[in-house]
Design a protein around this ligand. Structure first.
Ligand code: NAD
Length: 332
């Protein structure tokens, strides 16, 4: 029986390149693609029930879905974070889960630095001021709040893995003191980066800018909530390019409205795209981007090549490049 590869939901316009590549290598396979990002479990299961390989972008691979898969041996998460895949359920069923951790760390770090600068230098206000000035025929800076230089201030980095460490290196020329919170960073990494880590409480209390780069886990979900946001300086800004649910949107919106936080720049949301009634809309001093930190022309192709490589490896009987549930091997 040919190997059945099914894509649950995708950003790519088509998969002609992938199917041509697999055909050219002589593999016996079928390829199906869907747009089931928002599908219920009952809609998702019939599409992937008898797939050998499932490639998933945003669709939820909950335990109820995974439990009903009949042949699946590999789930490839199209991206870095794999919080939409129930790892426990996959491991229990002997399904390997792969991600693509190395396709866009540079892009996300570049976006984080862009947002750090834009939030610190109040870019949206400067754009509004430009429009107002042109309309009036004279400079009008009335919409621009006080801007403080970044040099000499403190930058907090929460999560110093692939992306956080790039932000650390990129901002090295800003003349800021950097405070890093990452309780799991190996000593070897700390040494290589020339840093010591500090507790989250210290990052929150002292930083002028906090940039978040942790994965979404049970521990990090809701990490930025009313209690922790209140620990930040009222002059501080929060930048989140990691995962929406790390921040409680309603609490962040309230902190901005109450001027208990000077600003925020957010690329990721609890529900995506955010619904009209998301409390963040209309909150002051907030810059929102549409979960595009990952994007560049290079990364768009890089992820296709890397996923293709994992599919080829599967068809050749080899494990994927990165397995996120290595315990699966013990399941036999
Ligand atoms: N916006 C986007 O387009 C986009 C694109 C790619 C990745 N991401 C997200 O960026 C984030 C970082 O990705 P990465 O590749 O750097 O991951 P990574 O695994 O390389 O690094 C994450 C770091 O966070 C640390 N960490 C874990 N729990 C922590 C905690 N409780 N407190 C502090 N640190 C903690 C880990 O030790 C690790 O060093 C992920 O959430 C990922 O999903 C977003």
């Amino acid at each position: 029986m040919p190997t059945k590869i099914v894509v649950t939901d995708h950003l790519e316009p088509d998969f002609i390149w992938e199917t041509d590549q697999l055909r050219a290598r002589g593999f016996d396979f079928t390829w199906q693609q869907h747009q089931l990002k928002f599908a219920s479990e009952d809609e998702l299961v019939p599409a992937i029930r008898d797939a050998d390989v499932v490639v998933v972008n945003m669709a939820r691979m909950a335990a109820g879905v995974i439990g009903r898969l009949e042949r699946c041996r590999l789930i490839i998460r199209h991206g870095i974070g794999y919080d939409n895949v129930d790892l426990k359920a996959a491991t229990a069923k002997g399904i390997r889960v792969a991600n693509v951790p190395d396709y866009c760390p540079q892009e996300v770090a570049e976006q984080a630095v862009m947002l750090i600068l834009a939030a610190a230098r109040h870019l949206p206000e400067q754009l509004r001021s430009m429009d107002a000035s042109v309309a009036k025929g004279q400079w009008d800076f009335s919409a621009v709040r006080a801007v403080y230089m970044m040099e000499g201030k403190k930058l907090g980095i929460v999560g110093c893995g692939r992306i956080g460490s790039r932000v650390l290196r990129m901002t090295a020329g800003f003349g800021m003191t950097v405070l890093v919170c990452d309780p799991y960073l190996p000593d070897k990494e700390k040494k290589a980066l020339g840093i010591e880590t500090v507790p989250l409480e210290r990052v929150l209390a002292e930083s002028d800018i906090v940039s978040v780069h942790t994965p979404l886990t049970d521990e990090t979900r809701g990490m930025f909530n009313a209690r922790t946001l209140a620990m930040m300086k009222p002059s501080a800004v929060l930048v989140n390019t990691a995962r929406g649910p790390l921040v409680v949107d309603a609490d962040l919106a309230q902190a901005l409205r109450d001027a208990r936080l000077a600003g925020a720049a957010i690329d990721v949301y609890d529900f995506e795209p955010p619904r009209r009634d998301n409390p963040l809309f209309g909150a002051p001093n907030l810059l929102m981007t549409p979960h595009l930190s990952w994007y560049s022309e290079e990364s768009g192709w890089s992820i296709r090549e890397k996923i293709l490589e994992d599919i080829v490896r599967f068809l050749e009987g080899k494990p994927p490049r990165f397995t996120v549930n290595p315990d699966v091997e013990r399941q036999g």
